[in-house]
Design a protein around this ligand. Structure first.
Ligand code: NAD
Ligand code: UDP
Length: 340
């Protein structure tokens, strides 16, 4: 069942989507920072439906209340408007630390804030984890490998990052966030999990976040040319959001404290024929290459599959179709609301 239809169906028939009953011993108090964003809101849905108590903390920089509004008022759910750069005092068992802009235009918009969020914000969340004895999962990124010189990238690769380039606020911010996790683990005994997430797409992606999947879908739906930066021969590895969410939950509940790559589909040219074929009426507009754009990303995903027993289940085409449907509905929603 498409999760969006599922949720909208329930919003008409019942007040909330269905929630499993968990005994007090199994029910966890879970904090999701950045929980009103794209990935965080899907993670919120899964953990709420699994029967946990979820607190979402978000400063709404790129997140939206609309992404989690279907839980507002539920006794297991709380939404707090808070910036993780400021300390937070709550009692929880697990922390999924996702707060950070993720798309290049968003994280480059205010590089100093991106650095503060990933450094001071992560320090605050690790401090919270230490005080309350919670386990913390960091949403890290394939960007820690930079523009890789080694293929495929397994988790032992140290990366190739320009420390003073336009992407550095994010790449180096996440690298130091990982460093902080392991310093807190070694020095203070905090339990940490580090997910290195690759390019993820799905419903609730921001339509205008400037990423390749959202740009191509939006451009195709609006009959505009697809903007390809550089030659279009650069590669990325993609995954559908529900597979990522299952991977994050498996990692959190595993005993693996070292970093794990999470991604489903091995490299696709960004100029993927799959997307292009679905939009034959559009044409391509070649634009200059973005500075420091990683040319080739080819992850090694054996660790996640072997140690987590995690298997992505959504085929690329199915995931893209769901995302295209979501974008069509969003465009309709915008058109219907523009004169209100
Ligand atoms: P997103 O922009 O949709 O979500 C990020 C959320 O964090 C937003 O709701 C935003 O408002 C919130 N936020 C930002 N700064 C904050 C702050 N200082 N205090 C509190 N909240 C703050 O992005 P996403 O795609 O959902 O990414 C979630 C996490 O996953 C990020 O940490 C990102 O780096 C990581 N990640 C995502 C991808 C991807 O392809 N989506 C890939 C690699 C890593
Ligand atoms: N890209 C592109 N056209 C677009 C948006 C992105 O050609 O309209 C390219 C971009 O230069 C990069 C790849 O697509 O090589 C993935 O970019 P994205 O911003 O989605 O993710 P990231 O670079 O963070 O992996």
């Amino acid at each position: 069942i498409d999760e969006v239809c599922f949720l909208s169906f329930y919003s008409f028939t019942q007040k909330y989507p269905p929630v499993k009953f968990l005994s007090e011993k199994d029910r966890k108090r879970i904090l999701i920072t950045g929980g009103a964003g794209f990935v965080g809101s899907h993670l919120t849905d899964k953990l709420m439906m699994d029967g946990h108590e979820v607190t979402v903390v978000d400063n709404f920089f790129t997140g939206r209340k609309r992404n989690v509004e279907h839980w507002i008022g539920h006794e297991n759910f709380e939404l707090i408007n808070h910036d993780v750069v400021e300390p937070l005092y709550i009692e929880v068992d697990q922390i999924y630390h996702l707060a950070s802009p993720a798309s290049p235009p968003n994280y480059m918009y205010n590089p100093i804030k991106t650095l503060k969020t990933n450094t001071i914000g992560t320090l605050n969340m690790l401090g919270l984890a230490k005080r309350v004895g919670a386990r913390l999962l960091l949403a890290s990124t394939s960007e820690v490998y930079g523009d890789p010189e080694m293929h495929p990238q397994n988790e032992d690769y140290w990366g190739h990052v320009n420390p003073i380039g336009p992407r550095a606020c994010y790449d180096e911010g996440k690298r130091v966030a990982e460093t902080m996790c392991y310093a807190y683990m070694k020095q203070e005994g905090v339990e940490v999990r580090v997910a290195r997430i690759f390019n993820t797409f799905g419903s609730r992606m921001h339509m205008n976040d400037g990423r390749v999947v959202s740009n191509f879908i939006l451009q195709a739906l609006q009959g505009e040319p697809l903007t390809v930066y550089g030659s279009g021969s650069q590669t990325r590895a993609f995954q559908y959001v529900s597979d990522l969410v299952n991977g994050l939950v498996s990692l959190m509940n595993s005993n693996i404290s070292s970093p794990v790559n999470l991604v489903s589909f091995l490299p696709e040219l960004i100029f993927t024929p799959l997307i292009v074929s679905s939009v034959s009426r559009s044409h391509i507009q070649f634009l200059p290459e973005a500075q420091d754009d990683p040319q080739r990303r080819r992850p090694d995903i054996r660790k996640a599959k072997m140690l987590l027993g995690w298997e992505p289940v959504v085929p690329l085409e199915e995931g893209l179709n769901k995302t295209i449907q979501y974008f069509s509905r969003e465009l309709e929603h915008q058109a219907n609301n523009q004169y209100i």
